[in-house]
Design a protein. Structure first.
Lengths: 737, 71
């Protein structure tokens, strides 16, 4: 039988945990420099010798308390799933702070392997470690690594397997002869697997721990689940989760007494006293085993920061970078967009070619007009999305994003948001779906919900084709760029106002004080940046492959069925016959024939489901200046914003259309006023986020209530504003000729 | 004295923070425990606050920094 080991990777944010996970498993995973980026549980597999190893990447945490969802997730995993080995990844150049988590892992009595990552940087910064002593103090093997170069991975695997084997042996011994546990301390390379004596918290605290421990041991329902001493310490630390889960009235009373006793005697609450004791232990260990020859950590980072986060230069540099990101996204993205467009056009033609010319097959129409056109319309934006996410990945992996949060924090606080809200909002310009997922870095639920709710107001990449169609149709060349700019700014301004309103009336409460680590600047690795970019883009592509594919088919069906009655079809056939038989010139014949074709398509559309729904909606849409045709296209926009353009093309009987379609623009110009054009853009900007957004809001907020609130709120806002603009414009006579 | 009146470049000792228990614990896990040495790196009138603690850089909102007592 082949042995199998379950390994959990734990460590502080920015310790290089994710890089090690990638190096071990080769899995696609996100590497970020922004604290707390990995929130989900990620798994991978690897082999060492004949041992299969399952690796779980825990979220980056500072501690094992219940302050944040990440810490709780990590802790619950270790307690409930009992991994054979916990690998604690430590940034060796920032040892003391990183060892705080190690101490707590040790208190949980897990089988620990310590990884001193970035050991090269630690060396460069003048640190020298006495590995033997450290290994004995922490009772764990220590492996120095340089993860981004892949150094030390083999040794790490070896240490994992050995520690797991020893752990298993020890467990067996405990089971058979509990009284004679022999620790195999000599069998190791760098340190024994050993039960290190737990930290001594000092007389006052130890006394209270003992009292609680006794009560816990006496209570059978609690004692079985956790180590009694560990639980006692956690209860003294006022751990909300454990207090709710594991405290009887008796224990609760004791906690109250102990806490007030410690506060009285020591002059500080037990949480702080306990944390101090842990740091005291770490300081002692470091004094014994770490020699620091020079102190140069952060010097380069500090120098960069003195410019980048400068009070005067900070904001201009930030805005300049953002401008660069968007400029590059759109200019570099243009050529590949053309290629993709061409490819889908060609694909559509090829598919149509499978049927003899002139035949009207439902399947042909479904494939070419429904699926290929629909999905193609989304994939066209992939270059933009990839570039935007690439830029964000670079900014994140270098560590700049944390600085950006620092720079905009003051601004964001004014609107009731958090500096960290800014990154999800930036991603929102690409696609709302990964943006809403990125709100997980916000610890406070109110901050997170507010950010989530306003994200759709950041004009996403999918709305761009609507503007690209409308703006050139109604506005002179000189106004193109300002118009686009105005639309984006309207979105941002509305997001700011909405956030303020939400925080003042709906999600009231203090904003969480801003505390965040600024990681040192780092050269991003190509692999890391690419993985990072791909993970977010994949969410977008998945949307194209699943939701949009389904919606395309549905919309196609709605605009195709019910088809024309036999009588109607016969009437058009007769009309065509008449033209063909007539004695006009060939050119005029063709023209009149296509006129009949268009009329037939329009009649067909009117009688289809989509046409009927559009007509029913018309009275509601009238105050915004929209007719039933726009209404039909708006149904498509709800599925996915980019569908609006294709749908308008179908409505105008032009077969397929895209945002560069001149004929469609001409049609629009002839039918609507520039005011209506503007209102279309305004409505599409604000109204109902697409279905994928609603689905992800539901998932991330864990309630339909917020998803529907977002949908309803934004749609009402869009309606009210568009009606106002249209009515005001009409009365004032702006843009109506 | 509150941390906010400490000028950039000065080193002080952390005494306590006037905050809820969970925030105290959070700061403690990031290295802010009584007695620890803090170096103030940035203290500009209205912007956030930057300190160095145990080899890492931590950024604090102004309101937060005001609640921190140092000596």
């Amino acid at each position: 039988m082949k042995p199998k080991i379950l390994v959990a990777l734990a460590g502080n944010p920015n310790s290089g945990k994710t890089t090690i996970f990638n190096a071990l498993t080769g899995a696609r995973q996100h590497v970020g420099n922004y604290p707390g980026v990995t929130v989900e549980r990620k798994e991978g597999f690897c082999r060492h010798g004949d041992t299969d190893i399952q690796v779980v990447d825990l979220p980056g945490i500072y501690s094992l308390t219940a302050y944040s969802a990440e810490e709780l997730t990590a802790r619950n995993f270790i307690i409930n799933e009992r991994p054979d080995v916990v690998v604690d990844i430590i940034d060796a150049s920032n040892l003391e702070r990183n060892l705080y988590l190690t101490v707590q892992l040790k208190e949980l009595d897990v089988h620990l392997v310590l990884v001193f990552n970035m050991s090269d940087m630690a060396k460069a910064r003048g640190y020298e470690f006495d590995m033997e002593t450290l290994a004995h103090l922490f009772g764990a093997r220590i492996v120095p690594t340089v993860a981004h170069k892949g150094t030390g991975m083999k040794e790490l695997l070896e240490a994992i397997v050995e520690t797991a084997t020893e752990g298993a042996q020890k467990a067996d011994q405990t089971r058979e002869t509990p009284s004679t546990i022999k620790l195999t301390s000599k069998a190791s390379i760098r340190g024994p697997y050993d039960k290190v004596p737990p930290i001594h918290y000092g007389k006052e605290i130890e006394e209270e721990i003992a009292k609680l421990e006794a009560l816990i041991m006496a209570d059978k329902s609690i004692a079985g689940n956790h180590d009694a001493r560990w639980l006692a310490v956690k209860l003294l630390e006022n751990d909300k989760e454990l207090r709710a889960a594991a405290a009887s009235a008796e224990i609760n009373n004791q906690i109250e007494r102990s806490v007030s006793h410690i506060e009285k005697v020591m002059g500080e609450p037990p949480e702080t006293a306990i944390a101090s004791a842990r740091y005291g232990f770490i300081s002692g260990a470091c004094q014994q085993a770490v020699r620091s020859t020079i102190e140069i950590r952060h010097t380069i980072s500090d120098r960069i920061d003195s410019v980048v986060t400068n009070r005067i230069l900070g904001l201009p540099i930030f805005l300049g970078l953002m401008y660069l990101v968007f400029h590059l996204t759109f200019t570099l993205g243009e050529p590949p967009m053309g290629w993709i467009e061409g490819m889908f056009g060609w694909l559509g033609e090829v598919v149509k070619g499978w049927w003899p010319e002139g035949s009207e097959s439902v399947l042909k129409s479904l494939l070419a007009d429904g699926i290929i056109a629909g999905v193609g319309g989304v994939i066209v934006f992939l270059p933009n999305i990839l570039l935007l996410f690439l830029a964000i990945a670079i900014l994140e992996d270098t560590g700049y994003m944390a600085r950006a949060a620092f720079i905009v924090d003051r601004l964001m606080h004014k609107i009731g948001l958090h500096g960290k809200s800014f990154i999800p909002m930036l991603i929102g310009f690409g696609c709302s779906v990964p943006a809403i997922m990125a709100t997980r870095t916000l610890e406070n639920q109110r901050d997170r919900l507010t950010t989530m709710l306003v994200i759709p107001l950041m004009s996403c990449g999918a709305r761009l084709p609507i503007y690209a169609l409308i703006i050139p149709a109604f506005f002179p060349e000189t106004l193109h760029a300002p118009m686009l700019w105005i639309i984006y700014v309207i979105g941002i301004v509305l997001a700011v106002i909405s956030a303020k309103v939400l925080r003042s009336y709906v999600l009231k409460g203090e904003s969480v004080p801003f505390v965040m680590e600024l990681p040192p600047y780092r050269m991003p690795t190509l692999k890391g940046v690419l993985i990072h970019m791909w993970e977010r883009s994949w969410l977008y592509l998945k949307k194209a492959g699943t939701i949009i594919l389904g919606i395309s088919i549905l919309l196609w069906a709605m605009t195709t069925f019910p088809s024309l009655s036999d009588e109607e079809a016969a009437r058009f056939a007769t009309a065509r016959q008449a033209i063909k038989a007539g004695n006009t010139g060939e050119e005029e014949k063709a023209e009149r024939l296509s006129a009949v074709d268009n009329e037939e398509k329009e009649t067909a559309l009117q009688s289809s489901i989509a046409g009927r729904v559009g007509r029913v909606m018309e009275p509601i849409l009238k105050p915004m200046g929209f007719d039933w045709k726009i209404g039909t296209a708006l149904i498509g926009a709800f599925a996915a914003k980019e569908v609006f353009v294709a749908q308008l093309g179908i409505v105008y009987s032009l077969g397929k259309a895209d945002e560069t379609s001149e004929t469609l623009r001409e049609q629009l110009r002839n039918t609507y006023t520039p005011l209506v054009g503007f209102c279309i853009m305004l409505f599409c900007l604000i109204s109902a986020p697409c279905m994928a957004t609603i689905a992800i809001t539901k998932k991330e907020s864990n309630s339909w209530r917020w998803a529907l609130f977002q949908l309803g709120g934004l749609t009402i806002l869009a309606y009210v504003l568009t009606v106002l603009v249209y009515q005001a414009g009409t009365i004032l006579g702006i843009g109506i000729d | 004295m509150p941390l906010t009146i400490v000028q950039a470049g000065r080193r002080v000792r952390f005494v306590a923070v006037n905050a809820g228990h969970s925030l105290q614990g959070r700061l403690a896990s990031m290295g802010l425990v009584p007695g620890v040495e803090i170096e103030v790196l940035r203290n500009s009138p209205h912007g956030p606050f930057l300190i160095a603690v145990k080899g890492s850089r931590i950024m604090l909102g102004r309101g937060m920094a005001h609640q921190i007592v140092v000596e």
